[in-house]
Design a protein around this ligand. Sequence first.
Ligand code: GLN
Length: 543
Amino acid sequence: MSDQKIKYIVVVGSIMSGLGKGIVTASIGKLLQARGYKVSPIKFDGYLNVDCGTMNPFRHGEVFVLDDGTEVDMDFGTYERFLNQSISGENSITGGKLFQKIIEKERRGDYLGRDVQFVPHLTDEIKKWVRNVGKKNDSDVVIVEVGGTVGDLENSYFLEAMRQLGVEETVLFAQLTFLPSLSEGEQKTKPTQHATRLLQSMGINPDIILCRGNEKLSDEARKKLALYCNVKEEFVFDDPTLNTIYELPLLLEKQNLYKAIAEKLKLEDRKPDLKEWKEKVDRIINPKNSAIKIAVVGKYTSVKDAYISVKEALVHSAAEIDYGLEIEWVEASDLEKMEKEKVTKFLGKFDGIIVPGGFGERGIEGKIIAINYARLNKIPYLGLCLGLQLMVIEFARNVCKLQTAHSTEFDKVTKYPVIDFLPEQKQIAKMGASMRLGAYSCDITNNTITKQAYDKKECSERHRHRYEVNPDFVDEISKFGLVFAGFHKSSKGDVTEIVEWPSEYGFGVATQAHIELKSRLETPAPIFVQYMKAAAKRKKEGK
Ligand code: GLN
């Protein structure tokens, strides 16, 4: 459809944050994609950080990484998991990036003679950016999610740009809102009425309204919203709490959301292909086999979103093998305080253990305790990034007898620095976007679990780290049986990408990459699937 004009959908949130705008955006995209349209999601975040890389997971949730190495908001994870497509860093627009661009242009003299203003200079820049993403990706529809809530100072100039876009292009505005209920059957629409007025005062009228709430959208509430918010009754949709987020496209399809989109954007009346999607969703909700119990031993376990991609990758791989899933988030430092028997009692109940990525010293020894327990008791183990580094440390200490082995991240003067700075990281002074980031290829060793998983000679996964397995120790450690299952080969030397335990310790695989980032419902991460199969086997055969 490249010769035709690109259409746009702008998703805004009202009243409060945390309503799941990313999931709505991704679901709308899925309904279009299921009809053969090419969609490109864009997210605008108003903060002045250039990217998410310097943000703490405690405050901001997971930092998602794209193939090109851009560190982005975790909504991009949702987009990719729903749309099963890899997105470029240009699809992430932040306040920081925008102002950086404008100021660079001003210093270069691009605006010579003019005072540089929010309107038209910044708004023009935004429209140009949004259109360019559409063109570059050959998109039929660009979906722009506006971060934050209508009324925030931070996104007001962006909304103004979207208003202008609405005049110049074919644009549908979708407003996500919240309908509180004080008692059952009494959904309140007044906050949404006020929020819609606020949006209208900015010159934007929503074409569709999606309602989050604790109960089903009532006919009465729908009628009121239509009447007071200038929206057709059949263009008000219910966005209820679901068993799984992946159900939302199906639910919106049932409510005929596409009809509203097609009417406004003048799209064809096409039938969607959501058959496979529905099968996977059914397996998540009603799996044939009972739940596999996985312990994720981490550091940010109190923050729901800090390990969201790990959680979703587990959901995808459990659905793939048609098993239920129970995840327990274990605080690593708690294991450090436990007596040995208690650790045994506690960890023994799981079918699998995972140590995900992380930074900083807190909880490190607790994670090593968990890995050691998994190895000695043949509990399937999966290590992700830091989880690989600690798997190597545990093996070096307890099998190779390099008792004080450590990473120089945690012990600068260790006698056995089995994990050390990547050479290019040694001179880095700036914190932003300075890690080893994004997709790197990996050559896979034959006769390994990894080879079985990918069934290819090479794979490519996404990275975010400063340390690596110290190449000086690879020979020595492999003499004791640790399997080096994958390397990134380059002229600067080989970087260890994947390691595996020798089979006597059961299933243990760890990757320097964050393989969870590329897992999608339709194409789960291959190593996760192998891991879940091993966990299912352990569950079946008894502990
Ligand atoms: N802290 C480790 C490093 O920088 C691991 C990073 C991670 O797990 N993402 O190499």
